[in-house]
Design a protein around this ligand. Sequence first.
Ligand SMILES: [Zn+2]
Length: 277
Amino acid sequence: MTLFRVPDRTRLPARRPRGAAARASAVLATAVVSTAALLLPGCAAPGPAAGGASAAEVAHGAPGSGSSPAPVASAPDESAPGLDLARHSTSDPDSPWVVVNKRLPLDPAYEPDLVTVRGYLVRRDAAPDLAALLAAADADGVHLTLRSAYRGYAKQAAVYDGWVAQLGAAGADEVSARPGHSEHQTGLAVDVGGSSDPGCDFEQCFAGTPEGRWVARHAADHGFVVRYTGPTTAVTGYAPEPWHLRWVGTGLAAHLRATGVATLEEAFGLPGGDYAR
Ligand SMILES: [Zn+2]
């Protein structure tokens, strides 16, 4: 039996007319908790963190430091494929390898140690590699944009509850993650977009853009994995999201690439798939 398949309608709001999406972003900028912002199960919530893009930007990347020929720049003590997979916890929310999915929720009270990268809140651990990834893309002439990063439990809960009121629980699960089940609460996940065709942001067509292709090829160089892919939906519990990147560190990212293991669930032997109802 196929465990489950997230319906394509998970992208429901993004398929609204572009004008509506733009208005939704504008509303977000006023700090209203907008339902339109948070509906992708793993994703959404466009709009930078309060404070603006330039205020506290982390390590924007030294010129020339991010180009693709550069070897892995951090975590030199970890190497693929002989990585000790017990090195970090998969259940401690502060671990770089914490696994969060529809079977493995986070503590509602968990709040990561956050810093700002290009106006978005991300966990301090992940910030240098994220800055390096963005700088490397820039150096390659590929201009990635950040569209979403950390999202707290309370915000997700408010949005999810709004959808339950509107659609019922089953309908809400098709368009919004239950609170505690989004990787974005870890501060280790980001959603990236592209400048070449912003209309493909949060859409499957992102995979075919220069930015989407660059990410698929280079994310692991900087410690990120494309977390939700087409062949792994039944394992991850999420439909493909070629824009959703999860930081795991360069060691594990290299290990996964070298071994061909496609998911964190498989790498660590953890449960995944749909919610236990
Ligand atoms: Zn996401």
